[in-house]
Design a protein around this ligand. Structure first.
Ligand code: SF4
Length: 319
């Protein structure tokens, strides 16, 4: 693995462009991030790319611009090791060290993600270890999701976060925003109710709300059981493809009040709701979901002697 570039702000997040197999088409972006204002000793978030690019093609996501297949389990774990090696003093003692399989790629399209999750406890010896998967719930990957449930049960009971990137309560809008065959809301509801057991974190339904995209609290409440699901509402992050396609976020806009009303409607129906406005620093850095630092700032390969110097302490720049 070669570290082509590290950029960002150490007190928020830093993004590495990592190249595998000596070939530019096998580059990933990996994030070494924090949850400000929490210090790293309390919470540390490592975001791993699960594919070389992404074949899903969501119209607001810069990861969708290329796709060259799947990293192996070793290549997934190498991303985690890169981040851990930057702050070894926190590895064993961090209150919550969350490894998030969510940067570039759809995790369920890569069987090696399951192996990497199962191997994480051997790699990271800390009681604060958590695993997290964010998925668009592709159709035809039921066996992968069953195996994910088994891995959670055997190795991450009570320390696993599963997030479905649902985006809208309208089937038509979901087709537009997630342009592959995917589970219906009812199928997500049925799976999540089996996945979530006492002591587990609730399954999260994520809606990155854009203008002209339907979000009906009544549909959420009639489809999902608030005993098993929580709702997270996030902005549409600024991306090159999103801007080209005319996506405008609702959160952080003058329509944010309408979102607050929707939140209150869900709270009244018993759902846990998170309005995640996000860090403007992360937008700047490019560490937010859907962003790709290589799109914002094309990468030029660094000579090998620079890699060791760059990896431990990164210059300011980009997530
Ligand atoms: S949002 Fe996720 S699934 Fe969609 S193109 Fe981007 S990385 Fe792929």
């Amino acid at each position: 693995m070669e570290v082509l570039r590290v950029s960002g702000e150490p007190e928020v997040a830093e993004v590495a462009v990592l190249r595998f197999r000596g070939d530019d088409q096998y580059c990933v972006e990996t994030v070494d991030g924090l949850a400000p204002p929490e210090p790293r000793a309390r919470k540390w978030v490592v975001n791993v790319s699960t594919q070389f690019g992404c074949p899903v093609g969501c119209p607001f996501c810069d990861a969708a611009q290329s796709y060259a297949g799947n990293p192996t389990a070793e290549e997934l774990l190498a991303q985690v090791r890169w981040a851990l090696a930057r702050h070894p003093e926190h590895v064993g003692s961090c209150g919550k060290l969350k490894v998030h399989f969510a940067r570039m790629g759809e995790p369920s399209f890569n069987d090696a993600v399951l192996e990497a999750i199962a191997r994480l406890p051997e790699e990271i010896s800390t009681p604060g270890l958590w695993a997290c998967v964010a998925t668009v719930a592709p159709r035809g990957r039921n066996a992968w999701f069953e195996r994910l449930r088994e891995v959670k049960e055997s190795s991450f009971r009570g320390r696993f976060q599963l997030q479905f990137s649902v985006q809208s309560t309208s089937a038509a809008d979901r087709v537009r925003l997630t342009p592959i065959a995917h589970w219906s809301l009812a199928e997500i509801a049925a799976y999540g109710a089996r996945f979530h057991r006492t002591g587990d974190r609730k399954v999260v339904l994520n809606f990155a709300l854009a203008r002209a995209v339907e979000f009906e609290p009544a549909v959420v409440a009639s489809t999902f059981d608030s005993a098993h699901f929580a709702v997270k509402i996030t902005p549409v992050n600024p991306t090159a493809r999103g801007a080209e396609a005319g996506f405008e976020t609702v959160l952080r806009s003058e329509r944010a009040e309408a979102v607050a009303a929707a939140r209150d409607a869900l709270l009244a129906r018993g759902f846990d709701v998170v309005l995640s406005v996000g860090e403007s620093g992360e937008d700047r850095i490019g560490s937010n979901c859907g962003q790709a630092v290589r799109v914002a700032r094309p990468v030029r390969a660094l000579p090998p002697e620079h890699h060791a110097r760059l990896a431990p302490s990164a210059p300011a720049g980009n997530r």
